[in-house]
Design a protein around this ligand. Sequence first.
Ligand SMILES: NC(=O)c1ccc[n+]([C@@H]2O[C@H](COP(=O)([O-])OP(=O)(O)OC[C@H]3O[C@@H](n4cnc5c(N)ncnc54)[C@H](O)[C@@H]3O)[C@@H](O)[C@H]2O)c1
Length: 334
Amino acid sequence: MRIGLAGAGRIGAFHASTLASLEDVEQVVVTDVVPAGASRLAEENGYEFVPDLDDLLSRVDGLVITASTGAHASTLRSALAAKVPTFCEKPVAATLAETVELADLVDKLDVPVHVGFQRRFDSGYRKARDAVVRGELGFVHTVRANTHDQSPPPAAYIATSGGLFRDCSIHDFDVLRFVTGQEVATVYAVGANKGADFFTEAGDIDTGAAVLTLDDGTLVVLSATRYGGGGHDVRMEVMGSQGTIGVGYDDSLAVRSAEAGVDYPRGPQKWSFMERFSAAYRTELAMFCSVVAGQAESPCTVADALEAFRVAEACELSRGTGRPVAMTEIGGSR
Ligand SMILES: NC(=O)c1ccc[n+]([C@@H]2O[C@H](COP(=O)([O-])OP(=O)(O)OC[C@H]3O[C@@H](n4cnc5c(N)ncnc54)[C@H](O)[C@@H]3O)[C@@H](O)[C@H]2O)c1
């Protein structure tokens, strides 16, 4: 099959290379509003370069959207109009209103859309989910989750990212629903800035924390930072009356033990989301090819993405007002 890719930046170049290595993909076709980088990427890797999105849509079987967040909604609308099955990187749109509009639109159409929450394809998160589903942990009372980037993305990325909770913690919000099978009921979130000025200038934070309650009363403690200097650190602990399971605890763990004589973790650390989730990204894009081929339903829908976005929105409201926020206060409930 021929797969188009809109947005040849950091994750775009990475996904293009993964797509090109998949058996089902005959040709990768790239476009970008800044053509120079995309045409160079195409030339260097044997992809096709097509400057115009509508032209590209007429030549492909599926589209992967890896453009900047602000361009997701319009690109997805074009793909839906052209009836092209689409994989859209998270978040589906920059605002709640647009996300709701797109969820409603996708409901009315027969075009599959798969949203890029790759943790659903990570073996650790899947094992944690299985443990919950099988009741191996007894009753789950607490979840701890974190996404700590090793170092910040460029200032220009932060300016259009939507903020730490919508850009970064949104992965935790999605996988929290995936692992526990529960919806978020309330949130209380705070943020801090000790790093570069460009976070404050963009109205963003470089470090955040939140306490969430889930519908069944489970408590969630979550943290996020752009300054996890010791390595890219993404983890989840699910604690129950019969046991605890931990995702992200291997020898690459970006934590040094303070205990004498303990040589765990032995390293080396991982430094980026590409390293941490390379296997998950590959499985995710292979699954998208099955969706394009009509062999599978979307494993992560726009409706799923809307729920994660609503939690991020609640965190921003809580951070701004300094009070707990109930999810019933946030629009877009389905
Ligand atoms: N799932 C993940 O783990 C993950 C990781 C990184 C980024 N992302 C998401 O992927 C998206 C891109 O992130 P990035 O780090 O690659 O950003 P980036 O800034 O490196 O790249 C974005 C690219 O999109 C291009 N672009 C902008 N508007 C466009 C349009 N209308 N059509 C085509 N191209 C357009 C830009 O020119 C740029 O080349 C973001 O939405 C981000 O949230 C997801």
